[in-house]
Design a protein around this ligand. Structure first.
Ligand SMILES: Cc1cc2nc3c(=O)[nH]c(=O)nc-3n(C[C@H](O)[C@H](O)[C@H](O)COP(=O)(O)OP(=O)(O)OC[C@H]3O[C@@H](n4cnc5c(N)ncnc54)[C@H](O)[C@@H]3O)c2cc1C
Length: 339
């Protein structure tokens, strides 16, 4: 296993549970790159009924993990969707038989810190906010000594198995799962697997909110305002991430400039459109994302190597762990796309 983000940890935990020998290597230690931070949005709502159904399976996995962890790993605050995708995502929820309701701006339980709410909102009643730190702690506990800090710099096929090269020396494995986030593409390419290479910058900013009570998670794609992902990042803390175009977040723009212009746009948005949210950035969470991927996830295999990629994977983690454990041990088609 290469990578101890939430995907690698979930997969390693599933393999251990099934009685396999597993070593999970990470160059930085667990939950260090795209899985870092305190919170993520969980939602059933997606732009395809198939993804709604996969998210529902993942939600059952989160319930199992929460029970085993002895505390809820998802805060059940619901997730609201508004703007351009609302109609399509509502239709997908309906088609998948998922629970939802359509609400208006005057709904007394809206739970959003906004000056003026959108006219129509899809309320994904099963959605909420993932407690990412607790999820990481739980998974790390399950891995125990199977987790090691080591950078993998080369991979090669040896007979029907794999050789994994680290600065501490090589070791051999029957199969290797490459779940290395931004590090997946260069490793996968060494063993003949193509995964997308074009990266973008993304930042989520956290602000203080004086709004009491639990606030809902929110995805807003209302025309005329920046598209945003928003959710609680802890008591009194509200997080806003903007979905900006290439001119702002393309790789060539550079991290510093992308963060600066994203920050300016998000702070302006908070000042103009949110209510009870102080427009001073308390915290920034930066990561690379992959250009034009959106929701869904993808498996690629070549001999003993399986690679996984996708852009919004946290919510799917328990499901991904099971799917990837099966793919690695029982085989899978060379290319499987869950869209
Ligand atoms: C700001 C932000 C907001 C997000 N919001 C949401 C959301 O609301 N909902 C949602 O579901 N998802 C969300 N996501 C996406 C989600 O967090 C990621 O898709 C998920 O955490 C990816 O996990 P991963 O295990 O694939 O990758 P990572 O967490 O990046 O883990 C990969 C690991 O591989 C290691 N690695 C890389 N190369 C090597 C190497 N050569 N050798 C050894 N180790 C290596 C890295 O150190 C890293 O720890 C968000 C992400 C960010 C950053």
């Amino acid at each position: 296993m290469i990578g101890a983000g939430v995907v690698g940890l979930a997969s390693a935990a599933a393999l251990l549970e099934r009685g396999h020998d597993v070593v999970c290597l990470d160059r930085l230690g667990p939950m260090a790159e795209r899985s870092t931070g305190t919170s993520r949005i969980f939602r059933l709502a997606h732009g395809s009924a198939a993804l709604v159904d996969l998210a529902r399976q993942a939600r059952a996995g989160w319930a199992r993990w929460s029970e085993a962890a002895g505390r809820p790993l998802i805060r059940d605050v619901g997730c609201l969707i508004s703007g351009a995708v609302t109609l399509e995502w509502t239709a997908c929820m309906r088609k998948a038989g998922a629970p939802f309701e359509v609400v208006g701006p005057d709904w007394p339980e809206l739970g959003l810190p906004v000056r003026r709410a959108p006219d129509v909102l899809l309320h994904d009643t099963t959605g909420g906010a993932i407690e990412t730190v607790n999820a990481g702690t739980y998974l790390v506990g399950r891995l125990g000594e199977a987790l090691r800090v080591a950078a993998v710099y080369a991979l090669e096929q040896r007979g029907s198995g794999a050789r994994v090269h680290t600065p501490d020396g090589p070791f051999d494995a029957d199969a290797v799962l490459i779940a290395a986030g931004a590090g997946t593409s260069p490793l996968a390419a060494q063993v003949g697997i193509y995964t997308p290479t074009v990266l973008q910058h993304h930042v989520r900013f956290t602000f203080a909110t004086s709004r009491g009570g639990p606030l809902r998670s929110w995805i807003d794609e209302t025309p005329g305002v920046p598209s945003t992902y928003q959710h609680m990042a802890g008591p009194g803390r509200w997080t806003v991430g903007g979905l900006f175009g290439n001119a702002t977040v393309a790789w060539e723009v550079g991290r510093d400039e992308a963060v600066r212009t994203s920050r300016e746009a998000v702070v302006d948005y908070v000042r103009e459109h949110l209510d009870g949210v102080e427009p001073t950035v308390l915290d920034e969470l930066y990561c690379t994302t992959m250009a034009e991927l959106g929701d869904g996830f993808h498996l690629r295999r070549n001999g003993p190597f399986t690679a996984v990629y996708g852009d919004n994977l946290f919510k799917f983690a328990p499901l991904l762990g099971d799917l990837l454990a099966t793919a690695v041990t029982e085989g899978t088609d060379d290319a499987v796309d869950y869209l």
